[in-house]
Design a protein around this ligand. Structure first.
Ligand code: NAP
Length: 480
């Protein structure tokens, strides 16, 4: 075994772990590596040992012993029981004050549990979100570490160095205690679902309404990428739509089965939002839209259903395309606003001190939702760290005002002509709901009190009220 001690170690030489280890080594950190199946560690040494200083081990004991104290061991394996198994193996050899960092996509509640267990053993546990896929891990991801401030003091400089940088600023910061890092990564992924879906809705409307080809839409997206919508996901979408199948000459997108997959982080975001009572309609509809696309039985049963929709007859195509762009941007802003509200609610519930402006800042580079407008989000939260709704910031309010007429036209046209646009339309409903002075919730409170004596509050006096809702023909013994 090597006598040099490593600055940091990575357990798991899968796609992400290997690239993260290479990134660390390339940046000058002596990096210990290991994997359950040793041949994968050997392959990394074979192919990449010249990129920096790697210290390979075939056993967990050797791996832990090769680390400088206090030891920092990153785990990059599948979330769930596999992660628990690796934590158990590492803790057997680690000593008080050592740090285990889980960089997989773990559920934040698992991270909270693991952090508590490790703390009892005298170990530090950091749940750390990493976004950017394979390329990001290798060249600079967006990194969202939770855990103690003490752990961040040890880890932070290394993670900041290997992260993406925008305007010289690292896309990494200490998010908050215990599960805060994985919580924020979960919301990042939820927002990613909504962002992808709104781009999909824009694409679909351009095809259905004005018959544009994938290549034409690719060019429109490339153009949009120069303005407010500048983002990695618009760029990726433009690239995907441009691809032609070499064998058939058909746009590749037309040969791909239209059933969207998911690994679960969108559902986690929605489930958690329900627990926290935060309306994340954009992320929710995007997650359900993937579910609908992947429901072959229901889709088969509904083929041939009459829509009684008016045929499309768009005269001014350029104006229509601009309306779609505006609807996309407004719906995207709503989805982000809702995601930030979920972070605020999570921070309040779990007592994390999360700076939302910093989250937007570390998402500007390296990650899948990187986008130009995140600079303006950071500014909005710098101006008011307690901003209750992104759309209430002057800059974003003005953007919504620019978009609103287009957004309404697109949502109504989609409904009239029978095109699904779940995130465009639910986001507009959210906007109209949140800006309403009175909502039908008053009637719901009445209904709840009627059948369940759940009580209600009044606008004209303090207190809690219950009414004996006498209804003609309803016997008194059924009251309340
Ligand atoms: P991967 O390529 O499938 O590699 C999985 C790794 O986990 C392998 O090294 C495997 O070892 C190891 N492993 C699995 N079960 C194990 C166990 N019970 N004990 C010990 N080792 C075990 O996975 P990946 O794409 O690198 O993803 C790793 C983590 O990163 C996941 O949590 C994923 O969600 C997260 N993530 C992925 C991406 C992405 O774009 N791929 C982005 C962000 C985060 P063997 O070689 O022995 O099988």
């Amino acid at each position: 075994m090597s006598t040099i001690k490593a600055d940091i170690g990575v357990y798991g030489m899968g796609v992400m772990g290997k690239n993260l280890a290479r990134n660390l080594a390339r940046n000058g950190y002596k990096t210990a590596i290991t994997n359950r199946t040793p041949s994968r560690t050997a392959k990394v040494m074979e192919e990449h040992s010249q990129e920096g200083t790697f210290i390979p081990s075939d056993s967990v004991k050797d791996f832990v012993e090769s680390l400088e104290s206090p030891r920092v061991a990153i785990i990059m394996v599948k979330a769930g029981p596999d992660t628990d198994a690796v934590i158990d193996q590492l803790s057997e050899y680690m000593a008080e004050g050592d740090i285990i960092v889980d960089c997989g996509n773990s559920l934040f509640s698992d991270t909270r549990r693991r952090e508590a267990t490790c703390r009892e053993r005298g170990l530090h546990f950091v749940g750390c979100g990493v976004s950017g896929g394979e390329e990001g891990a290798l060249w600079g991801p967006s990194i969202m570490p939770g855990g103690s401030k003490w752990s961040y003091d040890r880890l932070g400089p290394m993670f900041e160095k290997i992260s993406a940088h925008v305007d010289g600023v690292p896309c990494c910061t200490h998010v908050g205690e215990d599960g805060a890092g994985h919580f924020v990564k979960m919301i990042h992924n939820g927002i990613e679902y909504a962002d992808m879906q709104v781009i999909g809705e824009a694409y679909d409307l351009m095809r259905r309404a004005i018959g544009l080809t994938p290549l034409e839409i690719s060019e429109i997206f490339a153009e949009w990428n120069k303005g407010d919508l500048n983002s990695y996901l618009i760029e990726v979408s433009s690239e995907v739509l441009k691809q032609v199948d070499a064998e058939t000459g058909t746009p590749l997108v037309d040969l791909i089965v239209d059933a969207a997959g998911q690994k679960g982080t969108g559902s986690w975001t929605v489930q958690t939002a329900l627990d926290l009572s935060v309306p994340v309609t954009g992320i929710g509809e995007a997650t359900f839209a993937r579910g609908l696309s992947s429901s072959p039985l229901q889709r088969a049963a509904a083929q041939g259903f009459e829509g009684k929709a008016a045929p499309w007859a768009i005269e001014d195509k350029d104006a229509f395309i601009e309306d779609i762009r505006q609807a996309l941007f407004a719906s995207k802003l709503v989805a982000y606003a809702q995601g930030f509200n979920e972070i605020q609610a999570g921070a309040a519930e779990y007592n994390w001190h999360i700076n939302i402006g910093d989250m937007a800042r570390i998402w500007r580079g390296g990650c899948i939702i990187r986008a130009g407008f995140l600079n303006d989000v950071t500014k909005a939260f710098e101006k008011d760290p307690e901003l209750p709704l992104l759309l209430a910031d002057d800059y974003f309010y003005a953007k919504i005002q620019d978009a609103i007429a287009s957004w309404r036209r697109i949502v109504s046209l989609a409904a009239l002509h029978g095109a699904p646009a779940p995130v465009f339309s639910s986001s507009l409903s959210y906007y109209d709901g949140v800006r309403s002075k009175r909502l039908p919730a008053a009637l719901i409170q009445g209904q709840r009190d009627y059948f369940g004596a759940h009580t209600y509050k009044r606008i004209d006096k303090e207190g809690t009220f219950h009414t004996l809702w006498a209804v003609e023909g309803r016997p008194e013994e059924q009251w309340s």
